[in-house]
Design a protein around this ligand. Structure first.
Ligand code: DX5
Ligand code: ZN
Length: 219
């Protein structure tokens, strides 16, 4: 079954508790938490205290996406704060393998993300030690960007790498995901869909938006 992971980056932070509870009630599978440091990406968002606070308001797994330089310095603290999965970026450190080991040792699911122009070769040597492979379908840093079409073909290649190296690993797609492309992404191998602006927006309620995504995936 495809997992839906609303990204709270597009939520109303003054009402984060309500928004996360609404997503949970509407059938979200994971809560995706985008951590940005203003260095690896040109934006700053949230850190440990927000993950700790989220842990007290939802039972859903917290899927923490670290868009920070030198993530190996912080992964254990994010697990201690309540992360169920921690995803680091291949471009963010020379110590990818060490960082992934630290995440698993701390007791969380280990994820590796790649930017749109990063060769998928990265996954060849680490997929067997991964629980999650995250394919960025926009440049990391901001919500509400347009899906990069080339990501579809990359997703297919990643899916065949996964079949060959580690069929247990999940593939997550992040950026520009919505009802219009969700089914296509699942068809090409995505197991987890991250959606920020498609879930948290003024056009419809969180429940309506999640329903539209779920319907798209099921059709
Ligand atoms: C982008 C973040 C995404 C973002 C997705 O850097 O990693 O998780 O919230 O937002 P949408 O779904 O609006 O593209
Ligand atoms: Zn993300």
């Amino acid at each position: 079954m495809t997992l839906l992971a609303p990204s709270i980056l597009s939520a109303d932070f003054a009402r984060l508790d309500d928004q996360v509870s609404a997503a949970e009630a509407a059938g979200a599978d994971w809560i995706h938490v985008d951590v940005m440091d203003g260095r690896f990406v040109p934006n700053i968002t949230m850190g440990f205290v927000v993950v700790e606070a989220l842990r007290t308001v939802t039972r859903l797994p917290l899927d923490v996406h670290l868009m920070i330089a030198e993530p190996e310095r912080y992964v254990e603290r994010f697990v201690a704060a309540g992360a169920d999965g921690v995803t680091i970026h291949a471009e963010a450190t020379p110590h990818v393998h060490r960082a992934l080991q630290l995440i698993r040792l701390a007791g969380a699911r280990a994820g590796l993300a790649v930017n749109p122009a990063t060769p998928l070769d990265w996954f060849e040597d680490v997929l067997d030690e991964l629980d999650l492979a995250l394919l960025m379908s926009v440049n990391p840093g901001f919500g509400g960007q347009k899906f990069i079409p080339r990501s579809l073909e990359r997703l297919e290649r990643l899916a065949s790498l996964r079949e060959r190296i580690n069929p247990e690993a999940r593939i997550e797609v992040d950026g520009g995901v919505g009802p219009a492309n969700a089914a296509e992404l699942v068809r090409r191998g995505a197991d987890v869909l991250v959606a920020g602006s498609a879930v948290f927006n003024d056009r419809a309620s969180i429940a309506q938006n999640l329903r539209a995504l779920r319907d798209a995936v099921q059709n």
